[in-house]
Write a protein of this length. Structure first.
Length: 77
């Protein structure tokens, strides 16, 4: 995969240097698991914290299937 450059919001989470989308997804999941942000009852949902809230457009919770869309909106090719 071709590297993409995260914007400032996503860069706070994964770093500012260009990365392939697959690596961005991995780094986001590492952060989610490390901080216990996966919903306990419905594992497909991700709860927002202070760093994720700007990426989630103010939503308190998003589906893991929305991550690809969120990443697309926050990178430059």
């Amino acid at each position: 995969m071709a590297p993409v450059t995260p914007n400032a919001t996503l860069g706070e989470l994964v770093g500012a240097k260009p990365l392939p989308r697959t690596e961005i997804v991995k780094k986001i999941w590492v952060y989610i698991k490390k901080n216990g942000l996966q919903d306990k009852k419905n594992k497909r949902m991700i709860n927002a914290d202070a760093k994720l809230a700007p990426l989630f457009a103010g939503k308190k919770q998003v589906s893991m299937f929305d991550l690809a869309t969120i990443i697309s909106k926050n990178v430059k090719k």
